[in-house]
Design a protein around this ligand. Sequence first.
Ligand SMILES: CC(C)(COP(=O)(O)OP(=O)(O)OC[C@H]1O[C@@H](n2cnc3c(N)ncnc32)[C@H](O)[C@@H]1OP(=O)(O)O)[C@@H](O)C(=O)NCCC(=O)NCCS
Length: 200
Amino acid sequence: MIAEARLRDGTPALIWPLDPGDREAVREGFEQLSVDSRYHRFLATVPHLSDAQLDHLVDEVDGVDHVALALVVIDDDHLGVPVGVARMIRYQQEPTAADVAVTVLDEWHGRGVATALLDELMRQRPAGITELVTTITADNEASLAMLRSLGRTTVTPAGVNRLDVVVDLTQPDEPAEESTEEPAAEPAGQSPHPNDAGDL
Ligand SMILES: CC(C)(COP(=O)(O)OP(=O)(O)OC[C@H]1O[C@@H](n2cnc3c(N)ncnc32)[C@H](O)[C@@H]1OP(=O)(O)O)[C@@H](O)C(=O)NCCC(=O)NCCS
């Protein structure tokens, strides 16, 4: 399903489901990301996406347990330019919980691309998902703000420069609970995260 959206400054955009034909666009988009954005997204240094990663991130999108959407803006030549991708992947061992990941090209940061993508992803999310469970770097303020906008959010330190984040989608966004618990040896919830293979 293709959806129309507007960025914060009114720029019109289209949001559509990622499909196997988007493989090269995902690869190329990744290559444009800054080192910081790659690290924030993958929690690791990832110089290039491997074919196996692209299989996971593009071919394994099934629209049931793994939903991925791309946001496209129209450039001056009337061509569609993909500037961001958002996905949810259901945890197989906890079917009401999903990992979430969003990646926006650096020059488009702060313009509402993630907000528009998540708005639509919430509508198209895998059936029955009531909770998002993910890990971010502790300095990723944009990611935390983005996640907090989705529902009641619990944040737990998870080792050096890591935060485990749980968003209860059944509860409205409220001032966040900051856990004071010591980090667990393994992140609470499921490991590994289904998104760990990385993507745009
Ligand atoms: C995190 C990311 C997806 C946000 O995308 P974006 O399009 O810039 O975000 P938006 O403009 O829609 O803003 C989303 C929220 O983040 C806030 N925000 C954006 N940039 C911010 C920044 N640099 N510092 C603090 N907050 C910021 C916005 O104010 C907004 O908060 P609000 O809903 O309370 O108003 C983007 O920075 C990115 O791709 N980073 C690299 C990959 C990554 O970190 N992914 C997330 C982990 S999977």
